[in-house]
Design a protein around this ligand. Structure first.
Ligand code: SF4
Length: 289
């Protein structure tokens, strides 16, 4: 396989064949992110991609994930050619996923998204991180909450599955409550199929790390992160959907099927917070991004 640099994929794509179609991230400005800091964004040569699809076919994976960060930013015709090739060479593949940011989703527009769906794209993972405009601006996310809602609704309108990633603690102590409340509002407006919860970690080399070193940014405490999750869960009104906090950055792994398991999940969180029992939380040295 023609893999370059570190590859990242959502936890739920752990059993997927990874086909790298772009390198780096087309944006690369979020202050908390170190994933593609040293990587240049570019399209991989089509002959390399097709060769990887041919090689990958031998493993008969049922799912494919197109890497890297924000690969949806690639031109639609380029992605269509890749999806056609996967359908021809791997007819047994049941779902194809990709990361997409608000900018690339909105730039694609409803028609291109529908075409990608028809060609076999199944799910878009979107790191929305927060619904709080102050937080989004502070971390240079490059999209407002309103733009994010529009992008999410566009993906769902195209008939694609939509998975939102949100980050506990991203507003710091300063926007602790607002970050959680506004994030729940954003999720309610979009009604994603899946919500993946991550917990902010300060990664050396990022702007957020430097801000924390200077005392300009304070992460909430470990229990403070769970308070944010509780605020989100309490306010979340999903008609159907799945929220998980099983990413390795989280202190408490949870899996909540909406609407049925919301009350039980809140009970668990409330108990942990009331007892202030940190012994059941994942130790920091086991957390990773
Ligand atoms: S968080 Fe996503 S959009 Fe932001 S720099 Fe990292 S990969 Fe790019």
């Amino acid at each position: 396989m023609h893999y370059e640099g570190m590859l990242f994929r959502p936890p739920s794509e752990a059993q997927s064949m990874l086909i790298q179609v772009t390198t780096g991230c087309s944006y690369n400005k979020c202050t908390y992110c170190a994933m593609y800091m040293d990587a240049e964004f570019r399209l991989k040569p089509m002959e390399e991609i097709k060769s990887d699809i041919k090689e990958g076919a031998g493993y008969r994976f049922k799912r494919v994930f197109l890497c890297d960060g924000d690969a949806l930013a690639a031109p639609t015709a380029f992605l269509e050619e890749i999806l056609d090739e996967i359908r021809d060479v791997m007819p047994f593949v049941e779902r194809i996923g990709v990361y997409g940011e608000a900018r690339s989703i909105l730039k694609k527009g409803p028609e291109a998204l529908k075409r990608l769906k028809e060609k076999g794209l199944g799910i878009i993972y979107h790191g929305v991180e927060s619904g709080d405009d102050e937080t989004l601006k502070a971390v240079k996310k490059g999209a407002t909450a309103a733009q994010t809602v529009k992008a999410g609704q566009m993906v769902k309108g195209a008939g694609l599955l939509y998975s939102c990633i949100v980050m506990l603690g991203l507003g710091g102590k300063k926007r602790h409550v607002q970050h959680a409340q506004k994030t729940a509002e954003l999720l309610n407006a979009i009604q994603p199929d899946y919500i993946g919860v991550l917990t902010t970690m300060l990664v050396e080399g990022t702007k957020l790390f430097d801000q924390a070193e200077r005392g300009d940014f304070d992460l909430p405490s470990r229990l403070g992160m769970l308070e944010e999750l509780k605020i989100i869960l309490e306010a979340l009104e999903l008609k159907r959907g799945l929220l998980t906090s099983r990413h390795s950055s989280n202190y408490l792994p949870m899996r909540v099927v909406f609407p049925y398991q919301k009350a039980e999940a809140l009970k668990v969180l409330t108990e942990v917070l009331e007892k202030k029992d940190e012994t059941i939380l994942k130790p920091d040295f086991l957390r990773q991004l």
